[in-house]
Design a protein around this ligand. Sequence first.
Ligand SMILES: [Zn+2]
Length: 458
Amino acid sequence: MTTFTVATESSHRVLVATLLLERLAVVSSWALAMRGDCFERRGTPIRWSRKTGVSRTIWVFLLANSVAAVIASTANASDPASGAATLNADFPGGNIKVMANVGGTVHAEPDLRGDDPWFYWYFEATSTKPGRVTFVFPEKVAGFKDGAIGLQGPAMSTDQGKSWKWMGTDRVDGSSFFHDFAKANERVRFGVTIPYVEADLAVFVEKHSANAHLTKSVLTKSGNGRDVELLRIGAAGPGVEPMLVTARHHAAETMASFVLEGFLAEAMSDSRSGAEFRKRHVLFAVPLVDKDGVEQGDQGKNRKPHDHNRDYGEKSIYPEIRAIKELDKVHDFRFSLDFHCPTLVMEDHQVMYFVGAREHPRHNFDNVSELALRIKRGLPKSAPAGPLVWLKADEKQVPMNSHFFAYKENAVLAATLEFPFAPPGKATDPASCRAYGRVILEAWVNTPFVGLKEDRGQ
Ligand SMILES: [Zn+2]
């Protein structure tokens, strides 16, 4: 948590007064110059003016001109007036490092907490004085120019994080954005993305608590002692294939969680797709893998010594990943989808896309391509473009989730789905993202996966 307060009224007055004095000095010296040596003889310009009869009309004109010029030159600073705000990030998912908070301008950056540069931030600003407050991030963040603000502007909430919208780019200028506080004590939350923390998952689970197909349990305790949720949809049975979905191996990638919600909601629904899905699969979901990172507001990506999605080697250091491996020992997943979000502002990352191993499992590319095709067909025009299929022919296995499940002998499909944060002109509000998740589930049910039978040796 970081808190700073600075009033800006006085600094604006000083600016106006300084400009006024400068302007008067220029006018006076100009008038004096017109009189040659008068200044030396008469002392002050005021006395000189009286004695030498420069007309009052001219003086009034010059003074009025000065005042008008100063008012005009400070108009930008005074309209609207500079406000002031304190910043706070002491709540689940909060993250901000305030470098300075002076004169209605807050200089801030993502709090990295010892990890490599990334772009996640989320804070609440409380106005101490109405008016405009400008939030300035470093020009370069995580290696990207203006890399701390996404292409639909920051996300904002005026109800303490219950509902969110993207601000748009009208109030964004390069690496900064502003907000005009209407009154003192106005609280507005701003985030680089729409936050999604444990409380949001709890709302989702509660909403579906009466659904007989949904079971909630605890996968394990996180490193910091938090419950890591495990959801199960459907039940095991003959011909029912276990499937695993995960999200937030990288804590900051919040938009993926809304898509996952839609996927889960459809999987447990009474729709044709939901019913068909449960005939074929029992679904296990770990929605918040890096639970501590999510709640603490960590970047998550590139966590040291390696992040959760690079912890699938021989010796996993995170309890969550060890527990996911144990879960696999019990259920032997042949299908796995890991939900992520890519970088924030990179042009190539404004689309949905699949990544993973192209030839592991053997038919992965064909299966993912067929799935992607059906997702694309089902998505509305307002959805981000894609999904594109960027599976790579990897020479060696990387210790990440998608490879861990892809290189299993009997696997059928294992991939990572990257969902963009906020591509320009596309709808990535929570409701839209949930709708996309439902489309993905429907597409899944309609995809004839190759290799399902042959790899079972049938
Ligand atoms: Zn990721």
